[in-house]
Design a binder for this molecule. Structure first.
Ligand SMILES: CCCCCCCCCCCCCCCCCC(=O)NCCO
Length: 572
């Protein structure tokens, strides 16, 4: 090799080494920057979560101090009596000045603080409520004058965050109250506490990385259900007389079923959704709606009556001027009721089926006509539900979680939404033969309803309460509730019984359900009542009938071993 060649060769080698070195150090720098960014963002997340937790603790401490101060000059001898009153009785006593808003407020505050300690169901005490309490005298004409009320955290409240459990939504206080809260305040109600939910709200468990897991008042080893689980646990344990949840797939009804309270999903649009935060925007196939949750059906009806007024229509003109029909709610003519106690290809627990059968028998004895009803093929609807709620294959859902730790209740869902596209295509190919696209599930269902000349339908609701972290794994049960969001029918649940030893023994044939609901003896069992769109009063009237018949039957049989109904649960 000549001198020149040698020179070129050495130069190339040197350059080669240098560019490799440059490349390597570039990559290392990039990696280090990414790592630092990641560490910083984790630190930032932790900081935000800690701040939110401190805010929550602070609100509890301030409330405890205020309560203590109040108790020093007011002995609160009426507490047990106040807590035993239904919403209608409570409003009556308040209107007649037999009770003062202060004693009612502090009684519920004390109970809430106690219940929260045990169940971890609240995200904050609304400190502005103390100010509202001072000025409440002027609202005496309101339907809910002086009634303390609980709100799920995703309902916007002026100057408060609605995080939905997503860290990036923390420190973004709302500019205004949502419409429902504005109307309730005008009606004299005092929103005093906000309640827990699962991260990102698309799950029927109740845990998130900011506020943790909410427990079931009837068994601390079980979830309260979700997504409005904080509401259900608080109300079920007696800490609130009326609350608001939201429901896009069963979120007001499922936790109500798990916690032995009543929950109502009105026809979407009947109540204003303006200011009810969701992590999806603009999704129209499966409709979300706020809905009331309470210990009895009359409370749900009174809530609807209070909300449905000219002010709601003024604040949100997308809602109809359709006053609450009290006459229809109070009517007691006999009904023609379609029923089914399980659905093809969707797991149904033995106690869910038994609940429907027992209520069917009671309704027949009371003179109503019960007719078997077959829902439109659920697998077809399931395709529409998942395509509606997750049209982008879960991309928005995952995007919302970026920058947040993912709660264990979501692990199964997140794993599913992260499956590579090719794998999803293979799965879709395998499932295709089992699914046929329905022509029009709403009109098909209405046609069957008309053919059978039905007023309402009785059917199961998901239950009994699950062991922790199983809700996200059992999305196959969601059609029991989500069907009525897809159809936009109104639906509500009523507690009717409790899980028996026999229900538990019969569970052994349901492999998929076994681990999720084993150990449920004594837990609440509920049924679901459904009516056509905009027939909300009829649906509530049917729920009331079921509630009354069950109450009477349990009284007659002396709450024997076959099941004790939870109408008001006394939590100790
Ligand atoms: C037989 C197979 C059936 C599969 C059905 C798949 C449907 C998947 C839909 C996506 C998951 C939805 C979960 C809904 C839980 C309740 C959430 C809720 O109502 N949130 C309220 C938000 O305001």
């Amino acid at each position: 090799m000549g001198f020149l060649e040698q020179f070129v060769h050495n130069g190339r080698a040197l350059l080669g080494h240098r560019s490799k070195a440059i490349l390597l150090s570039g990559a290392a720098c990039f990696g280090a920057v990414l790592l630092v960014q990641r560490v910083n963002s984790r630190r930032e997340q932790k900081k935000r979560i800690l701040e939110a937790q401190r805010r929550r603790e602070k609100s509890f401490q301030v409330a405890e101090r205020a309560l203590l101060e109040y108790k020093q000059s007011h002995p609160m001898t009426n507490a047990l009596y106040i807590l035993s009153l239904s919403l209608s009785e409570l409003t009556k006593q308040l209107q007649e000045s037999a009770l003062s808003p202060e004693e009612v407020f502090y009684t519920y505050l004390e109970k809430t603080l106690d219940v929260h300690q045990k169940l971890n169901c609240c995200t904050e005490i609304i400190l502005d409520s103390f100010e509202q309490l001072k000025t409440i005298g002027s609202c005496k004409r309101g339907i809910l004058y002086g009634v303390p009320l609980s709100l799920k955290e995703n309902l916007l409240l002026k100057n408060h965050d609605s995080s939905c459990g997503v860290v990036k939504y923390l420190n973004q206080p709302a500019d205004d109250d949502c419409v429902l809260v504005k109307v309730l305040k005008e009606q004299g109600a005092i929103p005093f506490v906000r309640t827990n939910f699962p991260q990102a709200l698309l799950n029927y468990d109740c845990s998130n990385p900011i506020y943790g897991q909410t427990l079931n008042p009837h068994n601390l080893q079980k979830t309260a259900g979700g997504s409005s689980g904080g509401e259900a646990a608080l109300i079920g344990a007696g800490g609130s007389v009326i609350g608001i949840g939201t429901d896009i797939g069963g979120s007001a009804r499922i936790p109500a079923s798990f916690c032995a309270i009543c929950g109502f999903k009105p026809t979407a649009g009947r109540l204003s959704s303006k200011g009810c935060k969701s992590i999806f925007r603009g999704q129209k196939t499966v409709l979300s709606t706020p809905g009331p949750m309470a210990r009895d059906v009359d409370s749900l009806a009174l809530f609807m009556k209070a909300e449905i007024c000219e002010q709601m229509v003024f604040l949100d003109p997308t809602t109809p001027l359709l006053p609450f029909d009290e006459g229809l709610y109070q009517s007691r003519n006999s009904l023609r009721i379609g029923y089914f106690d399980c659905i093809e290809q969707t797991p149904t627990s033995p106690s869910m089926t038994r609940g429907v059968q027992e209520v069917k028998a009671l309704l027949e004895q009371a003179g109503h006509t019960l007719v078997p009803f077959t829902p439109v093929r659920i697998l077809d609807m399931a395709e529409l539900m998942s395509k509606g709620a997750l049209a982008d294959g879960g991309a928005t859902f995952l995007q919302q979680l970026e920058g947040s730790p993912v709660d264990p209740v979501l692990h199964a869902q997140v794993a599913m939404y992260r499956l590579p596209i090719c794998l999803r295509k293979v799965l879709a190919f395998i499932l295709k033969p089992f699914v046929s696209f329905p022509s029009d599930c709403v009109n098909d269902t209405i046609a069957q309803w008309r053919r059978l000349n039905l007023d309402v339908v009785l059917c199961p609701i998901i239950g009994p309460a699950f062991n922790f972290c199983y809700c996200g794994k059992l999305m196959s049960m969601v059609p029991h509730s989500m069907t009525y969001n897809l159809l936009n029918f109104c639906a509500g649940v009523v507690p009717v019984s409790t899980v028996t030893e026999e229900d538990e023994r019969n569970l052994f044939v349901l492999i998929g359900l076994l681990q999720a609901i084993t150990g449920g003896v004594g837990l609440p069992v509920a049924v679901q009542c459904v009516a056509l769109p905009w027939h909300d009063e009829l649906c509530l009237r049917f729920m009331k009938e079921v509630e009354e018949l069950v109450k009477k039957a349990r009284k007659d049989e002396g709450a024997n071993a076959n099941g004790k109904v939870y109408l008001i649960y006394d939590f100790h």
